[in-house]
Design a protein around this ligand. Structure first.
Ligand code: ADP
Ligand code: MG
Length: 310
């Protein structure tokens, strides 16, 4: 709240540092794991803003901090420093009771291993029912909601089956239905397609898009698969526990009336003004340690430092 807005020549298309009306706002998020005498910095100043109604993919290699980020957003883990807000909840300052309420009603979480989301001896119907029983929802409402959810996720015919009697794609659909049982505003999915083949992965992304559009649930999905950026409108890249770049995809119409998808890459600037220039850009122009920066009327240029001796 103490931030003084910097004077900008032209307002940017999206201002991640504001995020006041956003559903999810993480700022300079840090999570340090202490194991014995060793410290692991899983998140090292991550910034992330997700607007209400968005479907965002967070992409990064294994170990980049994706699961750590989702556990924090799911209210299962607490950051070491920084700020994290989801809806009206401050994730660093919640009481125990608030945390229970938050986990039950604000977020739905699909865990990394499909099996860990499901109970082997329960049917799909019973699994969707369970979170509502915990939330003390009346039986009639529960029955109606379970039927509605299984139907809208395309697994109505699986209601009486147990996990072992479901395909990988069906298991994931049921896991998503379970996560949505208490009508959360946010659905978090940790590598939901990690154990699925390409066709089933695309199908699951179709389901997530559908949940996002038809049910109005904000969706954050993390994955190590860079190919998913083709499946969502916004992809945020995470590297070494920091957000480094974003790709926005939108549909544009040309003069002939044909529509096509435009993908635009954005770098993420942190509060101190640090920006990571993508490697292929650096290599293309041999940008190394020192570069020339110039402020133009509506943009900034970065040029190789040709004046360098050698
Ligand atoms: P990702 O999901 O992107 O693969 P994680 O968030 O699981 O990454 O892990 C980020 C880093 O934090 C890794 O170096 C990992 O080894 C470490 N880490 C994750 N959880 C723990 C933990 N409970 N204790 C110690 N280190 C951890
Ligand atoms: Mg992970």
């Amino acid at each position: 709240m103490s931030a003084t807005p910097l004077p900008l020549p032209v307002p940017p298309p999206r201002a991640p540092e504001s995020g006041r009306d956003a559903l999810i706002a993480c700022e300079s998020l840090v999570r340090i794991y202490q194991s014995g005498s060793v410290e692991v910095q899983a998140l090292q100043g991550l910034d992330l803003v997700v607007e209400r109604g968005e479907l965002v993919a967070v992409v990064g290699v294994s170990g980049s901090g994706k699961s750590t980020l989702l556990s924090i957003l799911a209210g299962l883990d607490v950051p070491t420093a920084g700020r994290a807000r989801v809806d009206r909840w401050d994730l660093l300052a919640m009481s125990r009771a608030e945390r229970v309420h938050y986990r039950r009603h604000t977020v739905g979480f699909v865990r990394q291993q499909t099996a860990s989301n499901l109970v082997p001896y329960l049917t799909a119907r019973e699994m969707v029912d369970l979170p509502m029983v915990t939330a003390r929802t009346p039986a009639r409402t529960r029955r109606a909601r379970t039927a509605e959810l299984l139907a809208s996720l395309g697994v109505a015919d699986c209601a009486g089956r147990r996990p072992a009697q479901l395909s990988g794609g069906q298991q994931m659909r049921v896991a998503i239905a379970v996560a949505l049982a208490n009508e959360p505003r946010v659905l978090l999915a940790d590598e939901p397609t990690g154990e699925l083949d390409t066709a089933t992965s695309a199908e699951v992304f179709g389901v997530l898009r559908d949940v996002n559009r038809r049910l109005g649930v904000t969706v954050v999905v993390v994955t190590h698969d860079p190919a998913v950026s083709g499946q969502v409108e916004r992809t945020v890249a995470i590297r070494d526990g920091r957000t480094s770049s974003e790709v926005l995809r939108r549909t544009a119409t040309n003069d002939a009336g044909e529509t096509h998808v435009v993908a635009e890459e954005y770098a993420v600037m942190d509060r101190a003004g640090r920006v990571q220039v993508p490697r292929d850009y650096r290599e293309a122009l041999a940008l190394t340690r020192r570069v020339r920066l110039a402020l133009e009327a509506d943009h900034v240029t970065i040029r190789p430092d040709r004046g360098r001796p050698g």
